[in-house]
Write a protein that binds this ligand. Structure first.
Ligand SMILES: C[S@@+](CC[C@H](N)C(=O)[O-])C[C@H]1O[C@@H](n2cnc3c(N)ncnc32)[C@H](O)[C@@H]1O
Length: 251
């Protein structure tokens, strides 16, 4: 899926940067070696129950694994339509999807603050455990400039720790993007869930392609007692889009 500048409100400079980074990511993802890596991961899970490894982290250290442009643009439009001000991104890598989230937050803040009154606040909390990836993400955000950079707070380190830090964490979260190694999806959701506002959206990538690896997460989010209404949207690999409606459940 190619980049479509008409889906987002962005400067020509930012659109060009996003298009370039998506192209770099897609070249990596479409390589034989990357397909082999994903097949090996699945094989190791089926044979040994190994869902991730230090070797897999080594392999992924120089990979973008960016969310595809159509998914990024869908998430951007969703964030704009719901006026999302506070977003958590689990899994930032080189910060491509983060730029769409930050763009949406910045524009939502501007809209909410328009006409005077109290200035509205908002931010994207980005998370990355690999310091080299975090550094590169910061460089791209700097290059992107004012449309993006001011709206991001990057929490470096293991998100199972960094997302528990209260300081700077908004009381209510509007949107959670789970673009993370599959074993982290459910633990991350459980950290953020107490802060999800009613009607908040949770998005998880590749739930069809990695269905086996997402088993616990999908069982949880599809169980009505946990408060979500959810569906799989047919983007490549399957995108799970869930809305937090804790008081609206029916069996
Ligand atoms: C699929 S990539 C994210 C891609 C990014 N959302 C984008 O579209 O550009 C997942 C990232 O999560 C990071 N990650 C994995 N486990 C993590 C953890 N426990 N804490 C923080 N980051 C983690 C990986 O290093 C990797 O860069």
């Amino acid at each position: 899926m190619s980049f479509n500048a008409s889906s987002i409100v962005a400067s020509t400079k930012l659109s060009a940067l996003l298009e370039k980074l998506h192209a770099l990511s897609s070249a990596q993802e479409n390589s034989y070696s990357q397909s082999f890596f994903y097949l090996t991961r699945l094989g190791r899970y089926l044979l040994f129950g190994e869902s991730w490894s230090a070797g897999a982290d080594d392999h992924m250290r120089d990979k973008f694994v960016a969310l595809e442009p159509d998914k990024c643009q869908f998430v951007y439009l969703l964030a704009r339509s719901m006026g999302a001000l506070n977003i958590v991104e689990a899994g930032t890598s080189f910060g491509v999807s983060t730029m769409y989230l930050a763009l949406a937050v910045g524009q939502n803040v501007a809209q909410a603050s328009a006409g005077g009154g109290v200035a509205t606040k908002g931010k994207v909390i980005a998370t990355e455990k690999e310091s080299t990836k975090a550094e590169r993400a910061k460089e791209y955000w700097k290059e992107a400039g004012e449309e993006v950079e001011p709206w991001i707070e990057l929490r470096e380190g293991d998100l199972l720790e960094t997302l528990k830090v209260e300081e700077g964490m908004p009381e209510k979260i509007d949107l959670l993007l789970l673009d993370i190694w599959t074993p982290m999806a459910l633990p991350t959701l459980k950290i953020i869930q107490p802060r999800l506002r009613r009607g908040a959206v949770v998005i998880a990538d590749n739930v069809v392609m990695s269905k086996i690896l997402y088993k616990e997460f999908l069982t949880y989010i599809r169980s009505p007692e946990n408060g979500f209404k959810t569906m799989t949207v047919p983007y490549s690999g399957g995108l799970e889009v869930s809305v937090y409606l804790p008081d609206d459940q029916s069996e």
